[in-house]
Ligand binder design. Structure first.
Ligand code: PGA
Length: 254
C-alpha cells in the first residue's frame, strides 16, 4: 500500500523564531488530531532543519524535509548545502526540481537527476516535482513535457532507488495563482504518470509510488482532489503557512 502524504513547502518564508512557532502549533495539533495512516512532512528553509527535526522526534506523524540540495557531497561550492548535510540535521525528505528552482535557478532535468541521486545516496527521500507551464498546457504538449521530465529526471534510477522517490505533479499555472487544476485534470495526469512508471519499471512499482498533487491546494479543494484514485496527497505551499489549514488538509485522509 502506498503512503498518503501531505507535505508543506514553506518556500522562503518564516524567520527562525516564526518557523519554530508555526511548527510547534503544527506538531501539537498533529499529536491530538491525526489518527489515520497519513504522513505529514514539513519542508522548511535550511535554517530550521535541525531545530524542527529535534521537535519532530516525539511526533511520529511528522517528518522534516529541505527544499533543495546540491548535487555534490562536499567541496568548493560557496553558499551551497549538500544532501549529506541536510541528512545530518535529522531531515528525511528533500524537494527536488520544484518549478521555482527550474524557472529562477535554471535547474534542468539533467541536473535534477544528479540531485535526486545525491539525495538517495544520503538516504533522503526526494519529493521530485514535475509539471507543465501554462503555455505547454495550452499548446497540448503537456504529456510530452511530463514524460521527458520523468525520463530525464528519475527514470535513470534503479528500481530500488526509485522506490524511495515521491513524485509531485505541480502544474506551474496552478502554483500560487489560486487556480487549481480540476480534480479530473489532475487525475488524468496522475494516471498518465503512473502508467509511465509501469512502462519504465513495472506495475508493482507504479502501484507503490506516492504521487502528490500541488498547486493552490487548500482545505476546500483537497477532499475532491485526494478522492481521485491516483492522487496520494498534496504538496502545499501557501496553505502550509497556516497551521489550521495545513492540518485540515492532512486530516482529509482520516
Ligand atoms: P501553492 O504552492 O500551494 O502556494 O500553490 C505549491 C508549491 O509550490 O509547492
Amino acid at each position: 500500500m502506498r503512503k498518503k502524504i501531505v507535505a508543506g513547502n514553506w518556500k522562503m518564508n518564516m524567520d527562525y523564531n516564526e518557523g519554530l512557532a508555526l511548527f510547534s502549533e503544527i506538531a501539537n495539533m498533529v499529536k491530538d488530531e491525526i489518527t489515520g495512516q497519513q504522513q505529514a512532512v514539513v519542508c522548511c528553509p535550511f535554517i530550521h532543519l535541525y531545530s524542527l527535526s529535534q521537535l519532530a522526534k516525539g511526533v511520529d506523524k511528522v517528518a522534516i524535509g529541505a527544499q533543495n540540495c546540491h548535487q555534490k557531497e562536499s567541496g568548493a561550492y560557496t553558499g551551497e548545502i549538500s544532501a549529506k548535510m541536510v541528512k545530518s540535521t535529522g531531515a528525511a525528505y528533500v524537494i527536488i526540481g520544484h518549478s521555482e528552482r527550474r524557472q529562477y535557478f535554471g535547474e534542468d532535468n539533467q541536473l535534477l537527476a544528479e540531485k535526486a541521486e545525491a539525495a538517495l545516496n544520503s538516504s533522503l527521500k526526494p519529493i521530485f516535482c514535475i509539471g507543465e507551464t501554462l503555455e505547454e498546457r495550452e499548446n497540448d504538449s503537456y504529456f510530452d513535457v511530463i514524460r521527458t521530465q520523468l525520463k530525464e529526471g528519475v527514470f535513470g534510477l534503479t528500481e530500488s532507488q526509485f522506490a524511495q522517490v515521491i513524485l509531485a505533479y505541480e502544474p506551474v499555472w496552478a502554483i500560487g495563482t489560486g487556480k487549481t487544476a480540476s480534480a479530473e485534470q489532475a487525475q488524468e495526469i496522475h494516471a498518465f504518470i503512473r502508467n509511465e512508471i509501469a512502462e519504465n519499471y513495472n506495475q508493482q512499482v507504479a502501484d507503490d509510488t506516492t504521487i502528490l498533487y500541488g498547486g493552490s491546494c487548500n482545505p476546500k479543494n483537497a477532499p475532491e482532489l485526494f478522492a481521485q484514485p491516483d492522487i496520494d496527497g498534496g504538496l502545499i505551499g501557501g496553505a502550509s503557512l497556516k497551521s489550521r489549514d495545513f492540518l485540515d488538509i492532512v486530516k482529509v485522509f482520516n
